[in-house]
Design a protein around this ligand. Structure first.
Ligand code: PGA
Length: 251
């Protein structure tokens, strides 16, 4: 069994002054060896953060499908790796909606990340209208099938993140039954896409995870960790989440 994986997605937040939070999160990671911690800060901070943290993984929040070229304003997986990243998040709902990223694009980005030697966190999730229409599982499993690259070497470097769009930044979370049902459906799809190796891919839950609900959500069947937005911005709340799922000194 792999350790619970808690990944902080800082989104468009983080100045040099925020490196102090990253250092505090990193020191906490050393105190909680039964949890794996990672941060995805703005790309501009990766290199500086790499210099001041030892235990946590660092990642980007998006990458281009190409390795380099005339793509003003974009960043490639190779550039992220060179800055000190170990992974990249692709297909976050904020990118799927704002930049109209299709499953095909997300899949190409995930492949670019793997080609550059990074691990990849592929995000999926339904909108509220899709859930209300009873389509949540069909939508999410289609996203998984369309966004995860094919290939024998994919599963060991793949993490899935299930983030209901309506739960992101809203304080609302699905029922545990709904989380478990969705994670099971994602697992079945991963087994189809990745074969047996799909059984070891971690499936994170994301959307309004905080210290108060982390233990319950992380205790759910097939939930291998959390992708955390707002509550990952301070060491205090990250430590609150980690403490909730793995109290210090517990064996
Ligand atoms: P949230 O964001 O924790 O602020 O809801 C999660 C995410 O978008 O990854």
């Amino acid at each position: 069994m792999s350790l619970p994986y808690i990944v902080g997605n800082w989104k468009m937040n983080g100045l040099r002054a925020s490196l102090a939070e990253a250092r505090a999160i990193d020191r906490a990671a050393a105190r909680y060896p039964k949890v794996e911690l990672a941060l995805a800060p703005p790309a501009t901070l990766i290199s500086r953060m790499r210099d001041v943290v030892q235990t946590i993984d660092l990642g980007g929040q998006d990458c281009h499908v190409e390795e380099s070229g005339a793509f003003t304003g974009d960043i490639s997986a190779a550039i992220l790796k060179d800055a000190g990243a170990e992974f990249v998040i692709v297909g976050h709902s904020e990118r799927r909606s704002t930049y109209r990223e299709s499953d095909e694009t997300v899949c190409a980005k995930a492949q670019a990340a793997l080609d550059a030697g990074l691990s990849v966190i592929v995000c999926v999730g339904e909108t509220e209208a899709q859930r209300d229409a009873g389509d949540a599982e069909a939508v999410v499993t289609a996203q998984v099938a369309g966004s995860v690259p094919q290939g024998d070497d994919v599963a060991p470097r793949l993490t899935l993140a299930y983030e209901p769009v309506w739960a992101i930044g809203t304080g609302r979370v699905p029922s545990l039954d709904d989380v478990e049902a969705m994670h099971r459906a994602i697992r079945e799809t991963l087994l189809k896409v990745c074969g047996d190796a799909g059984s070891n891919v971690r499936i994170l839950y994301g959307g309004s995870v905080k210290p108060e609900n982390a233990a319950e959500l992380l205790g759910a069947d097939e939930v291998g960790g959390a992708l955390v937005g707002g509550a990952s911005l301070t060491a205090e709340s990250v430590i609150g989440i980690v403490e909730a799922i793995s109290p210090a000194g517990s064996e």
